[in-house]
Ligand binder design. Structure first.
Ligand SMILES: [Zn+2]
Length: 422
């Protein structure tokens, strides 16, 4: 779930409301990428700088795959301090023991960020220890997931009732947790306020955080990582449309939170600054480039081979192996993952000047499927079609957007790959 504010205008994304419990993926893409052998005598590409593969952002109002404006989003570096508030409402008694349960549930989130960022960001969470009663009924805030002003009022009220006990000047992020029986707060949008539009306490403006509702029980702590991913500027990879998980499946936390391989894509880690430019190999134009990719889930080495295919488009190649975040299962086939990135649309597939995605249209990330129209039985239907998208053996190849990607070698968990553009 997400929500944002642009140019001091209220943005309403009603389509985002329905996403929390997910919808089964629809049939595979109508034009699947085809496989063909790479030309053995293709000339080497002219070396490009990693910066040549950065994509400028389009004029979309929500999160996107271009560089983040840290005047609006929060830069994920160093130590970030978050306060977790628990709020109740008149007439709503939280279930016995739930504050401790939810504290325990959310406690896994910092380790997730530490692992995914290779230690690049440390999230310190401080948990309040009591439910603090808000002055208004839960229905007062029921538009919190579609109306920024309602969410802002909710966060401000939560901060106000905790202000006597908490020094908010010590925190970068505010997370507000409602009890599971507050049915007017069903899901968990991030809170991202432009300067001047945040909540205020102790002389500081609080512009970043999230408001957790009933679906916290469903998703667990990773919903905090997902929502904070928005705070860092990452877009939703699932579509706010019927083909919800068709483009990214379970390959990134910003797609399916409960996916089988939910570590963040190399493109996202580069955008966030968790990968350095010298860990990215870029090809801009025709020719052929080879690289040896170390596993995404382990620190160090080259993590992505990027081919720029247009002003706002690229193809990315990365190496996904079993890691602390991408856990071994029959629904996760380790291998070389290939995907298209575009900044022509924002999170959820929202095009510029619109609030609804085009069904089957561009998505921020679209995974290239080596085996289209084939699923793995027994896997979450939302992730099954793309669960076997990876190139898992030498000479496996896939062509997408005019780029042929071929696996040329295995050495331990490293994978050598070649990209070729005619
Ligand atoms: Zn989201």
């Amino acid at each position: 779930m997400r929500m944002s504010l642009r140019s001091n205008a209220v943005v309403v994304i009603s389509a985002a409301v329905a996403v929390a419990l997910g919808i089964a993926a629809t049939p595979a893409e109508s034009a699947p990428p085809t496989v063909r052998p790479a030309g053995p005598n293709q000339a080497a590409a002219v070396p490009a700088s990693p910066a040549d593969c950065l994509l400028p952002a389009a004029d979309v109002y929500n999160e996107h795959e271009g560089p983040a404006d840290y005047g609006r989003w929060l830069q994920p570096t160093g130590t970030l301090r978050g306060i977790v508030l628990f709020v109740r409402f008149p007439g709503v008694t939280p279930p016995a023991g739930e504050l401790a349960q939810r504290t325990s549930l959310l406690s896994g989130a910092p380790a997730w960020f530490n692992q995914s960022s290779y230690g690049g960001v440390t999230l310190q969470l401080t948990f309040d220890t009591v439910w603090r009663q808000l002055p208004n009924s839960q229905t007062t805030y029921s538009e919190y997931n579609v109306d920024f002003n309602a969410q802002r009022a909710y966060v401000q009220d939560a901060v106000n009732v905790a202000d006597a006990a908490i020094d908010f000047s010590q925190y970068d992020l505010v997370y507000v947790v409602a009890p599971s029986n507050a049915s007017s707060l069903p899901n968990s949008p991030s809170f991202i306020a432009s300067v001047g539009w945040g909540a205020w306490a102790d002389g500081v403006e609080l512009r970043h955080g999230a408001t957790f509702g009933q679906d916290l029980s469903h998703w667990g702590y990773k919903v905090l990582n997902h929502e904070t991913g928005h705070v860092f500027g990452l877009p939703d990879l699932y579509a706010y449309a019927a083909d919800q998980h068709q483009a990214a499946g379970g390959w990134d936390l910003m797609g399916l939170i409960s996916g089988p391989a939910p570590d963040l894509l190399a493109w996202h880690k580069w955008k966030l600054g968790w990968l350095a430019d010298n860990q990215i190999v870029c090809q801009d134009g025709s020719g052929s480039t080879t690289a040896t990719l170390t596993p995404l889930g382990a620190s160090g080495g080259t993590k992505a081979l990027v081919v720029r295919t247009g002003e706002r488009d690229a193809v990315v190649v990365e190496n996904r192996q079993v890691s602390p975040l991408d856990v071994s299962s029959s629904c996760f086939q380790p291998g070389v993952l290939v995907y298209q990135v575009t900044t022509t649309v924002g999170g959820g597939g929202i095009p510029p000047g619109s609030s609804t995605p085009v069904p089957g249209g561009p998505r921020p990330i679209r995974v290239a499927d080596r085996l289209p129209n084939s699923t793995i039985a027994g896997c979450d239907a939302r992730a099954a079609e793309l669960a076997n998208a990876t190139l898992t053996a030498v000479n496996h190849a896939v062509t997408v957007a005019g780029v042929t990607v071929r696996v040329t070698g295995h050495s331990g968990s490293n994978r050598s790959v070649q990209v070729t553009v005619p």
